[in-house]
Design a protein around this ligand. Structure first.
Ligand SMILES: Cc1cc2nc3c(=O)[nH]c(=O)nc-3n(C[C@H](O)[C@H](O)[C@H](O)COP(=O)(O)OP(=O)(O)OC[C@H]3O[C@@H](n4cnc5c(N)ncnc54)[C@H](O)[C@@H]3O)c2cc1C
Length: 466
């Protein structure tokens, strides 16, 4: 098979690399594309998009291949694979970085930290920059420096027509707005320009572990602790077993624990003072908060969520923790069966909440927390069915607290209106209008899909005439 004007690698089912090339982070996703077009640059991407259109092929786009829903790979069609496009160029003078569309967060941190710079990225370094950014981007630095999209200055995108556009506040501002939260609906982004900030290179960061039996007390303390925390403090709470990391003593491995992990993106003396009360609370089993290279902290969780394991997620935004909500979390968080399953709470607010809702296509900027309920089992293990039920049951018990959802945390079995839930009606309808302008045939639909306005109108008229 040939694609006119394509210089990268074409991988079909008879190729020795086919099974590796179609595998993504979530081992539960097992799809067989007809063709994987591993691009070497933007021109290849444009050629592959035109090819897919010409032959009417189902089309999926792979950035880091990390999305739990597995939208990076499709059955029978073509995967436009950017995993060969991972370059990062940092300009320390302007504190900006240009990042190719297949880069991972570890690639960005590796280059930017040479200059003591960083921008908000994901908390696992093998997550893709593209998918994370296009959905919004939350991470350790967001309360100080905003979402990843708040640091996006420009992008280069290949549209459904195979046209290459530069987008920014000044060029195609409607499309630039949509890219900052609207996901992969508008084309294939071949590069991103980000604003960087001085961070580290050392930060005060790390996890504190308490016994699972202390969850209720830890959560009540945590709620008050973060309610007036400075923006420099990013925290994540994890409910699960202690992972068998080298930094954790063996006698704690696999023991059910509640973990509050922190990263302070500010002066070290202030960090010590601010984290003091958290470190002094109760009787921690282990306190690993320490002066740490930021780049090391960014990859410290990597081995707890390995490629090829099976994953199933449910997620929602949550308001501030009422006593009632603490009770529900405490009751459900440890009821899973797999030692690898866990739940994670991200603390939002700070700079995230100070950007106007209309400025970007990100959904709910006022949510206090996001929670993901993550069933995890290795291939061949029996935990799958039970922990999928656990995630669904836990999610149902959070129903009365639900406050929208982060689009990047949606799985592949969600009800269709969960995409609308991610954005709210106003943002969703504005996204649909941009979609209608740039991809009216919905070529890019293998994603958390926003239908073009015409399609929605058609559906509505069909419904009303039916
Ligand atoms: C272990 C783990 C930790 C995570 N932690 C965080 C976190 O801390 N913060 C956070 O915000 N999110 C986090 N996420 C969610 C993450 O943002 C999404 O999974 C995201 O989709 C990953 O991006 P990717 O490029 O790897 O995705 P892929 O799976 O490659 O792609 C997912 C979708 O993104 C779109 N896409 C990908 N690349 C492009 C491109 N170049 N151009 C256009 N569209 C594209 C496509 O629609 C594709 O279907 C995490 C996910 C996992 C699994």
């Amino acid at each position: 098979m040939e694609i006119n004007g394509f210089r990268g690698q074409l991988i079909t089912a008879d190729h020795a690399d086919y099974n590796d090339a179609r595998a993504i982070w979530n081992g539960a996703i097992d799809r067989h594309p007809r063709l994987i077009a591993r691009c070497s640059g933007a021109a290849d991407v444009a050629a592959a998009v035109r090819f897919a259109r010409d032959y009417g092929l189902e089309l999926a786009v792979r950035g880091g291949g990390h999305n739990v829903a597995g939208t990076a790979v499709c059955d029978d069609g073509i995967v436009i694979d950017l995993s060969g496009m991972r370059s990062v160029w940092v300009d320390p003078a302007s504190r900006t970085a240009r990042v190719e569309g297949g880069a991972l967060w570890g690639d960005v941190d590796h280059e930017a930290q040479v200059h003591g710079l960083a921008t908000t990225g994901g908390i696992v370094s093998h997550t893709g920059v593209a998918g994370l950014t296009l959905g919004g981007g939350i991470g350790w630095l967001m309360r100080k420096h905003g979402l990843t999209v708040d640091n996006l200055l420009a992008a280069q995108i290949v549209t459904a027509e195979g046209e290459m556009l530069q987008v920014s506040e000044d060029e195609h501002p409607d499309l630039f707005w949509a890219l900052r939260g609207g996901g992969g609906n508008f084309g294939v982004v071949t590069s991103f320009d980000f604003r960087l900030h001085p961070v580290g290179p050392d930060v005060l960061a790390g996890p504190i572990l308490w016994d699972a039996a202390d969850t209720d007390k830890v959560l009540r303390f945590y709620r008050d602790f973060v309610s007036d925390a400075p923006d420099e403090l990013g925290t994540v709470v994890r409910f699960g077993t202690a992972p068998p990391l080298p930094a954790i003593p063996e006698d704690l491995h696999w023991r059910p624990v509640v973990i509050v992990a922190s990263c302070y993106a500010g002066p070290m003396e202030e960090a010590v003072r601010v984290l003091g009360p958290l470190r002094a609370f109760g009787s921690p089993l282990l306190d690993l908060v320490a002066r740490t290279p930021y780049v090391g902290h960014q990859s410290s969780l990597d081995s707890t969520v390995r490629h090829g394991w099976n994953y199933y997620w449910k997620s929602t935004y949550l308001p501030e923790f009422s006593d009632d909500l603490v009770d529900v979390i405490t009751e459900n968080a440890f009821a899973c069966s797999s030692p690898r399953s866990y739940a994670v709470v991200f603390h939002l607010g700070g700079a995230v909440s100070r950007v106007s809702r209309a400025d970007t296509a990100f959904g709910n900027r006022q949510a206090s927390h996001a929670i993901t309920l993550d069933a995890v089992w290795q291939p061949g293990e029996v935990h799958g069915d039970q922990d999928v039920r656990w995630a669904k049951g836990f999610f149902a018990s959070l129903d009365r607290f639900r406050d929208g959802v982060y689009v990047n945390f949606l799985g592949d079995d969600e009800e269709p209106d969960r995409v609308r839930e991610s954005y709210g009606d106003e943002v969703y309808d504005r996204l649909a209008a941009v979609k209608a302008k740039y991809d009216s045939d919905n070529v890019f639909h293998h994603n958390q899909n926003i239908g073009p306005r015409e399609m929605k109108a058609r559906t509505e008229s069909t419904r009303s005439s039916g």
